[in-house]
Design a protein around this ligand. Sequence first.
Ligand SMILES: Cc1ncc(COP(=O)(O)O)c(C=O)c1O
Length: 301
Amino acid sequence: MYRRWYGIDLDPARVVVTSGSSGAFILAFSALFDAGNRVAMGFPGYPSYRQILRAMSLEPVGIETRPEDRYQPRPDALPDAQGLILASPGNPSGTVLRLDEMRALTQAAAAKGMAVISDEIYHGLSYGDRCHSALEVTDEVFVVNSFSKYFSMTGWRVGWMIVPETHLRTVERLAQNLFICPPHASQVAALAALDCEDEAQANLAFYRENRRLMLEGLPKAGFTRIAPPEGAFYIYADVSDFTDNSLAFATEILDRAGVAVTPGLDFDPDRGARTLRFSYARATSDIAEGLRRLTEFMASR
Ligand SMILES: Cc1ncc(COP(=O)(O)O)c(C=O)c1O
């Protein structure tokens, strides 16, 4: 798959099967860091990075990303830290790092002595150019992926991680002690899923249509300030024209319109009070109905 997707020749011995990407983060963080180490990540970002880090007595360091950088960290603005988490396509932004951006970020991190973890869980779900793996620019990286998104196997709890050869034995020993292995039955199903790319591509076609509806419907409803949703199935919107309390706003939308949206606070502890994330990973008819309700709700405010 790595040869087909990225043109990479990968030694299968470097692939560690994990209990979802969540299990991979625990393994990567324990293999790479010691209590008190600092690990940087772009804000907005997936909330569990910082919660897992905290639970392991590591210090999450948020990098405030900018809409003009498509909510991705800039190589010249990395803080002092022992680690850096990259995510492309990102959650909640859906934005994708170009190959030159990936190269610049991994090089800048290496120059600062930071270990890089690249979360590639939304690969396969992109609507323009294909997604680039950090492995295309360096082998000194922990690449995390999962069957939860492109392969739609969220509940089966299987993911994988590509580890530099130097860290393989450490990760193997940690995995043996922390998890033993991901459920065997799930691994068998995941193996079969690798041969089901036609089905995965058919799902991608649904997401593509949903995304088209969202990009048409959200601005009509009044949500005009959105990050370019290049991948994943999310749209991140600046709603500062309407609120400075995204939690209350999301609650109001849920109560009055019957549409579930996520307050940006989960992804960006400060600025997220003025943002919302919309997910379009549902049937197209649900998306159309959700947009209809949102439009009606916004018109009635
Ligand atoms: C960016 C990102 N990474 C990791 C995960 C966790 O996925 P998994 O089911 O593989 O543990 C998610 C889930 O939403 C995610 O959005």
